[in-house]
Design a protein around this ligand. Structure first.
Ligand SMILES: Nc1ncnc2c1ncn2[C@@H]1O[C@H](COP(=O)(O)OP(=O)(O)OP(=O)(O)O)[C@@H](O)[C@H]1O
Ligand code: SF4
Ligand SMILES: [Mg+2]
Length: 402
């Protein structure tokens, strides 16, 4: 049961997050999120005037702007020693209001860490997050952001507390963020929250008469709907959807994806949609970002990334997607990646993909390629992209070095 007293002094530590054990990785240790530490850093003092014009425009035009985000984890490597695991390394992108940006890449490439770091569930090692036109710097900024930016988790089984009723699960963020605290009378407030929970259950297609049941009484798809209702309880405008359908049956996946789309239309939501299944991501996303070993290697609109990828890694990732038409599948050349993904603890020098790239040269070991706009709206992090695809850049193939 939710203790109403608890809501009198809500701190950021109380913001509902799934069971840390169930998430496999520890959630943010909020003790390290020291407001003073953040406000004292000179970079945090940047005012709007100090922002360069390009960044300022970006911040004005987008709901979420991520700049040079780094998330390193200290991994013990002997007595009193540790080394950084670079889960996310210098990632930048923006998401417009009402847009869905898909995030794809192999397991362990840093998709979840990116999503969590944006919401400050992990304190970013470096980089800036701008949300609703403002830099998220202080603890108060994070608290404010979390009132409107939230996350839907992959596993509908472990992300819901089995000891809480569905009603309590959905109402928890309402209590934590004191959303109904303007209603002075506690009885009237409780009634208003009950009505809101019923409304949210209806919105996600759950029978509100089942509000007093426990998560184990629901199917996987229904549990994910409970998780989505909980996310919607704060009336968000931005949701990080972390593989929200991967744990569901294929038939249920389609229903939940359709629901995400309907909710986006109805409520004007903005999504960062993380998934393994490229076809799911293509269906729901306006643009797709491809990650490899903590780096963003390609970013463009969904059709371009899926039909005309430029980065050697995206090409191999896309060529592994099964094609339903056997004739097209036969004519399609499959690019099989050699070798394993290197450990993020032992990153290769230069281009992170060079140990598996068929086009790698010595120069690729010298510097990490920047994500640059090689064609309008098409960003690629490969210094040889023009040489690899001369036809796409109108370069005569005679001019291309072997
Ligand atoms: N809390 C943590 N402590 C230490 N290492 C972590 C932590 N969280 C993630 N990592 C490591 O960071 C890297 C990126 O992990 P992340 O979970 O973000 O990948 P992912 O792309 O979401 O993978 P998947 O598709 O399997 O969910 C991995 O090497 C992972 O082991
Ligand atoms: S920079 Fe070099 S190693 Fe990296 S993707 Fe391009 S060709 Fe391959
Ligand atoms: Mg993940």
């Amino acid at each position: 049961m939710i203790d109403e007293e608890k809501n009198v002094d809500t701190t950021i530590e109380e913001i509902p997050m799934p069971d840390a054990e169930a998430l496999e990785t520890p959630v943010l240790d909020t003790d390290v999120f020291d407001e003073g530490e953040l406000t004292e850093a000179p970079a945090e003092k940047a005012t709007e005037e100090e922002m360069d014009a390009e960044l300022q425009k970006e911040v004005e035009e987008n709901l979420v702007v991520v700049r040079h985000l780094k998330q390193y984890f200290d991994i013990p490597s002997g007595f009193f020693r540790s080394r950084p695991l670079k889960a996310v390394d210098d990632v930048s992108f923006s998401i417009k209001k009402g847009e869905t940006l898909g995030l794809v890449g192999e397991s362990g490439c840093g998709k979840t860490t990116t999503g969590r770091s944006i919401l400050h569930l992990y304190k970013p090692t470096a980089g800036e997050i701008y949300y609703r036109g403002k830099k998220v710097s202080t603890k108060a900024d994070v608290r404010e952001m979390r009132k409107h930016a939230t996350m839907v988790f992959q596993d509908p089984y472990s992300s819901l507390d089995p000891r809480m009723t569905v009603s309590d699960i959905i109402a928890e963020p309402i209590y934590v963020h004191k959303i109904f605290n303007h209603i002075a009378d506690p009885k009237a407030r409780k009634e208003a929250i009950k009505a809101r929970v019923r409304e949210l259950m209806d919105l996600v297609g759950l029978n509100s008469e089942h509000a007093n049941r426990y998560p184990h009484e629901f199917s996987g798809g229904q549990r994910q709907r409970i998780g989505i209702a909980r996310a919607l309880a704060v009336d968000p405008d931005f949701i990080v959807c972390d593989e929200p359908v991967s744990a569901l049956d294929v038939s249920i996946q389609a229903q939940v994806i359709n629901m995400f789309e309907d909710l986006q239309q109805k409520l004007g939501l903005t999504y960062l949609f993380i998934a393994h299944d490229l076809m799911v991501v293509r269906h729901i996303s306006k643009r797709i970002a491809v990650m490899y070993l903590g780096h963003m290697v390609e970013l463009s609109d969904s059709d371009t990334v899926c039909d005309e990828p430029l980065h050697p890694y995206s090409i191999s990732l896309l060529s592994a997607v099964p094609i339903p038409d056997p004739k097209i599948a036969q004519s399609n050349q499959r690019v099989v990646l050699e070798g394993d993904v290197p450990s993020p603890l032992h990153m290769p020098s230069g281009c992170p993909f060079r140990t598996r790239c068929a086009y790698a040269t010595e120069a690729c070991a010298a510097a990490t390629p920047a994500l640059r706009e090689v064609l309008p709206g098409h960003f690629v992090a490969c210094d040889r992209v023009e040489e690899i695809h001369p036809d796409r850049f109108g370069i005569p193939s005679d001019d291309v070095e072997a």
